[in-house]
Design a protein around this ligand. Structure first.
Ligand SMILES: N[C@@H](CS(=O)O)C(=O)O
Ligand SMILES: [Fe+2]
Length: 275
C-alpha cells in the first residue's frame, strides 16, 4: 500500500504517486552543483530587507496588501529577481534536483514572511491548473523555455467567496467561452483559458488569485549551456524557475476535469539536501 502523504512535492501528480515517485527516482543535478551560493544568499538577504522595510511601515504582506506598499515591494522584488536571473550566476544549481516523472519544488529559504523555491521541470512537465491562496507569486526563469497559461474561474462549487472583481473577470471569461481551451465539470466550464505567455531565461512574472489561476510548464529543451566553470558536470535537463511566495503557501486548490481539490505543497529538497 502506498504510504500516506500529507504534502505534495509537485502540484502535478496525485498525492500517492508523488510520494512513490519522489522516493523511486534518483536525484539529479544538484549533486554537481556548487557548494556555495553567494549570489543567491545575497538575493535572500535583499528580499528579506525589502519585506522588513514594508513591515516597518506597518504593512501586512499578502495579496490584499495596501496598493502603494505593494507597488513599492513589487518593483523592488521584480528588480532583484531580474538582476539575479539575467546575470544568472548559476549558483542555484546546488538546489536543482529533478524528478523523471513530474516537476519538483526545492526550498532555498523559508520563513514566516516568504518562501523562495527552485522549481525543476524536465521538458514536457507541467503543473496542473492551480491557485496561490492569499499569497503573492513572483517567478523568474533561470533555465529553459517555459510557458505560463492563465485561467479564470467560471464557477466554484461550494468554494469560498471570491473578491468581486474576480467574479467579474470570470463572467467576462464565461462570455468569451468557446468549447476549446478550458476544463469542464459535468458539461459545465470550470475554468477558461485566457492568456498564454512564453518565458525565457531572465524573464520575471507575477500572479495572484485576483489576477488568475495558472499552469506553468517546460515546453522546449534548453540550448547548450556555455562552459562557465560553475557547477562542473551540470547537464541541462529542462527548465528551472525561481518562485517567491509571500506569505508561504500552505494550501493550494487544483482544478481538474473531475473537480477542485485542496493540497498541501511540500518540498523535494530543502537547502540543497533531498528530503
Ligand atoms: N505554484 C506552483 C508552481 S507553478 O506552476 O507556478 C508550485 O508552487 O508548485
Ligand atoms: Fe503557480
Amino acid at each position: 500500500m502506498a504510504p500516506a502523504l500529507t504534502e505534495d512535492v509537485s502540484l502535478v501528480a496525485t498525492a500517492s504517486s508523488a510520494a512513490h515517485d519522489a522516493k523511486a527516482s534518483a536525484s539529479l543535478g544538484a549533486v554537481t552543483g556548487p557548494a556555495q551560493s553567494p549570489a543567491m544568499d545575497k538575493l535572500v538577504g535583499d528580499i528579506r530587507a525589502a519585506f522588513e522595510a514594508e513591515k516597518a511601515l506597518g504593512h501586512t504582506i499578502d495579496n490584499s496588501q495596501d496598493p502603494e506598499s505593494f507597488q513599492r515591494l513589487n518593483a523592488k522584488i521584480q528588480g532583484l529577481l531580474k538582476e539575479y536571473a539575467q546575470h544568472n550566476p548559476h549558483d542555484w544549481r546546488r538546489y536543482a534536483f529533478f524528478n523523471d516523472v513530474h516537476y519538483v519544488r526545492n526550498l532555498v529559504e523559508g520563513n514566516s514572511d516568504f518562501e523562495l523555491i527552485v522549481l525543476c521541470w524536465k521538458t514536457g512537465q507541467v503543473s496542473r491548473v492551480h491557485n496561490h491562496a492569499n499569497s503573492h507569486c513572483w517567478l523568474a526563469v533561470l533555465e529553459g523555455d517555459m510557458r505560463e497559461v492563465q485561467y479564470q474561474r467560471v464557477q466554484e462549487h461550494g468554494g469560498p467567496h471570491q473578491p468581486p472583481f474576480v467574479d467579474e473577470l470570470a463572467a467576462q471569461a464565461a462570455a468569451r467561452r468557446s468549447d476549446g481551451g478550458g476544463l469542464h465539470l459535468e458539461g459545465r466550464a470550470l475554468v477558461d483559458e485566457t492568456k498564454t505567455t512564453d518565458m525565457r531565461v531572465g524573464d520575471v512574472g507575477y500572479i495572484n488569485d485576483h489576477i488568475a489561476l495558472h499552469t506553468v510548464g517546460c515546453h522546449m529543451a534548453p540550448g547548450a549551456l556555455p562552459a562557465d566553470g560553475c557547477g562542473g558536470g551540470w547537464v541541462a535537463q529542462g527548465g528551472v524557475t525561481l518562485h517567491l511566495y509571500a506569505p508561504p503557501i500552505r494550501r493550494v486548490r487544483i482544478y481538474e476535469n473531475d473537480g477542485i481539490t485542496e493540497r498541501t505543497p511540500g518540498y523535494y529538497s530543502r537547502a540543497g539536501v533531498r528530503v
